[in-house]
Write a protein that binds this ligand. Sequence first.
Ligand SMILES: Nc1ncnc2c1ncn2[C@@H]1O[C@H](COP(=O)(O)OP(=O)(O)OP(=O)(O)O)[C@@H](O)[C@H]1O
Ligand SMILES: [Mg+2]
Length: 274
Amino acid sequence: MHTHYFSWRKLILAAMVGLVCAGTLSAADDTTLTKDQIKQFLLTAKIVGGKHTGKGVTQPWRLTLSDGTITHDASFQGVDEHKTNMQFASGRSEMNFVDSYKYNIAAYSLAELIGLDDIVPVYVERKWKGDSGSLSWWLPVKMDEEERHKQNLVAPDADAWNKQMYKVRVLDQLVYDNDPNLTNVLISEDWKIWRIDFTRAFRTFKDLRNPGDLVRCDRQVFEKLKTLDANQLAEKTKHYLTKDEVKAVMARRDKIVDRFQKLIAEKGENEVLY
Ligand SMILES: Nc1ncnc2c1ncn2[C@@H]1O[C@H](COP(=O)(O)OP(=O)(O)OP(=O)(O)O)[C@@H](O)[C@H]1O
Ligand SMILES: [Mg+2]
């Protein structure tokens, strides 16, 4: 009897230690979760707290989510504004202005399709206090690009930094963000770059906003760009992008591919693709 008693105690103890370890591990190290697990967490975990963030025009909420094992923050953005003619304080105006959380979700879906989901946090749609919005996994950020410029800091590994930035540039041209700003490029502790906030992207222009920004391209991303399929994109973003918005993405895709192909012809593949 005694031996049984002891083995049970050991088992329970081992199970408890295991649980505690699993809990602290996933809390301490985000990378232990797959993108699908993160998606699932954002969609289903209980919202246990929230506070208003200071930065930004539309000021999203920083929420805390917990599923009992993992506790993690997420950014809730509920903006969904449409105006035929938006007049800005600067005097500039924009026709068919849209500022919408839906584009955050569309941007992540598009990033997944072309292998750029390593620079965009997972965004899902979630209702909070009756409002629909996008919810993104809170990133371990040490500063944003604005801050880095202000402090005149440079990444220790220039090559790794540039390779990430080229990815950001490709995504930026593809999504046509009419409000690009340095607070939407976040830098984590290990100098990893994240691009967030696409609420004013996906304009229906078929030209590139800044073609000159396209200098180099990741090989895999280039291959995936070339094979990006309009129907697949439309299907994956059907609640978030209109037909015209999808068409515009595809038109810009064509121009991005053309531009890189021209650069390859001029400079040679190894100077352009990496
Ligand atoms: N997933 C996230 N992880 C870490 N920080 C985030 C995340 N999402 C947002 N933030 C922080 O909150 C700030 C505001 O969020 P976001 O850029 O989505 O909306 P916004 O700033 O209101 O829009 P706009 O840039 O048009 O003013 C970001 O600049 C960033 O500092
Ligand atoms: Mg922002």
